[in-house]
Each structure stands twice: as structure tokens, then as C-alpha cells.
Design a binder for this molecule. Structure first.
Ligand code: SAM
Length: 128
């Protein structure tokens, strides 16, 4: 199947990473993801929980970078959004390195413009 057809099919269905981005107020989501808003009917705090989780991630990365940690492995990175690990780490240590891993298409390393993090960054997609 051509890549574009495959991608189009993916965009026809809700994707948890993009729904999460929607809850964060990001712009990496499509109509199918926004239709999953009914999740909030049963779990009204889902968006708040997503934002609290993201805020914790930023605090934790800033703390660790401040302690001298300069290599980060972000497993289940989700879609690039505001306050990515490399952005937070680089505010403390511009030489910090971050590897993003996610098992969903178009997460982490698939957004080279966002996730490559400047001249030290490199984006690569690998599937098994
Ligand atoms: C809720 S998002 C978390 C995003 C980000 N880490 C954060 O805290 O804001 C969870 C992510 O984990 C990814 N994920 C779930 N199981 C995984 C696995 N076995 N290997 C890699 N990524 C996984 C999902 O695709 C999703 O993008």
C-alpha cells in the first residue's frame, strides 16, 4: 500500500497520541481525534490529567538537567508538543542529548523540524 494511502487511513481513525495532543491544546491532531472528545463525558479530568502529566515531565527534566544529567531516553514520547524534553533540557544544558522512542507513527523522531532540537539533533524513523 502506498505510504500516502496508509497515512490517510491512519488519519481517519482516532490515535491516542493525537488525542493526548488535543487534550494538551496542541495542533498535532485531526478531526477523528477531536471526535474522541466524548471520552471527557466519562472522564472529565482527562485533559487536566494530561496537562498535569506534561507539567510533571517538564519539572522532572529540568530538575535532572540541573543535577548534571545530560542524556535522556524518552520512551513513549508521544507527539512533539510544547515543552518537549529536548527543549526543557536545553534551557538548562544546551549540550544535552535526547532520544525519543514511540511505537506509533508520527510520534517523536518523525517530526524532524520539531524534535531534532537544533544542530545536535537527528531524526530517524525505524520500524520492525
Ligand atoms: C500519553 S502519551 C505520553 C506522552 C509524553 N511522554 C508525555 O508524558 O507527555 C503515551 C505514549 O506512549 C506510547 N507508547 C505506548 N506503548 C508504547 C510502547 N510499548 N513502546 C513505545 N511507545 C509506547 C504511545 O504511542 C503514546 O504516544
Amino acid at each position: 500500500m502506498p505510504a500516502s494511502e496508509s497515512q490517510s487511513e491512519e488519519l481517519d481513525r482516532p490515535n491516542m497520541a493525537r488525542i493526548y495532543d488535543y487534550f494538551l491544546g496542541g495542533d498535532q491532531n485531526v478531526t477523528a481525534d477531536r471526535a474522541a472528545e466524548h471520552v471527557l463525558d466519562n472522564y472529565p479530568d482527562a485533559a487536566l490529567a494530561a496537562r498535569a502529566n506534561r507539567a510533571f515531565l517538564r519539572r522532572a527534566v529540568a530538575f535532572l538537567a540541573g543535577q548534571g544529567i545530560n542524556q535522556f531516553l524518552d520512551i513513549g514520547s508521544g507527539l512533539p508538543t510544547v515543552g518537549n524534553v529536548h527543549e526543557v533540557a536545553h534551557t538548562i544544558n544546551p549540550t544535552a542529548r535526547v532520544v525519543y522512542v514511540d511505537n506509533k507513527p508520527r510520534c517523536g523522531p518523525l517530526q524532524p523540524g520539531v524534535a531534532s532540537g537544533g544542530r545536535r539533533g537527528r531524526a530517524r524513523r525505524r520500524r520492525d
